[in-house]
Design a protein around this ligand. Sequence first.
Ligand code: SF4
Ligand code: MG
Length: 324
Amino acid sequence: NDLVKHYPVGRTLSGRPKSVVHAVDGLSFHVDRGETLSLVGESGCGKSTVGRAILRLVDITMGQIVLDGRRIDDISQASLHPVRRRIQVVFQDPFSSLNPRMRVRDILAEPIRNFRLATGQDLERRLGELMDMVQLPRDSLGRLPHEFSGGQRQRIGIARALAAKPDLIICDEAVSALDVSVKAQVVNLLQDLQRDLGLALLFISHDLAIVEHMTQRIAVMYLGKIVEIGERRQIFGDPRHPYTVALMSALPTPDPETRRRRVTLVGDVPSPIDPPPGCRFHGRCPLAGETCRRIEPDLRQIAPGHWAACHLDDISAMTRDATV
Ligand code: SF4
Ligand code: MG
């Protein structure tokens, strides 16, 4: 709720920070049990910071993080232990997130022991179950990470997250480093597990093509803020923020008749240090007007569950003109 994460950078002679990075700047969303919410946006928009804040790997500047009705942003390290079990993460890089000197058996047993979930025979049974869940052969429990392919390593990373019996898994670019065909397999696996185990999944990704296939709801982030949030069909079928339209126009569509018009954005994401006034997207938005430079748009409800932060009611000019 109203999550803010600012980083001070540099120091003046008086000891005050020279400037402030607005990594996350007032953002609210929820993820339900058994649901996948995707957080999308270009790199540097703050989506990984949101994930790390929820994992309590970084302290937040303002706002609240609530798990099952209970705040977890202000609790002590000691009471954090059971919360850590309930929120697990799968990182982007399966090559560096697994200890190269640990056998798969020990990688998976670590969280089970750490959270006192099983010992002895039960632990052994659980290890087998976890390997089945991620469709890896049980007899490879004794092998080291380098003996596996990239996709298999990411399956080990998923099994490690599942070992803690979490309620929420945060996937931060979890399939981005994988080859296209492997990517699809791992995404399908995540979807099946999410459904079978009733997990909540926060899927952080810059890749809309993947997101289109695996999510119920989507939140689009730009410069530390959510600019649009809604169900998949709303975001893909009726996007209401020019930034969402631009992101989606880069997606290939199978049917040339319905091909989305390509909208090329000029410039890069501006620096999150001293973000621009008014709408943060105005420097790159083809529809920006005078108001946009001065007044920051709030999220407005378009339809039940569908919100967008743009001053304009009608953004069809984005897709009407040949090139914007
Ligand atoms: Fe573009 Fe203005 Fe809408 Fe921002 S508020 S997205 S600048 S039209
Ligand atoms: Mg990131």
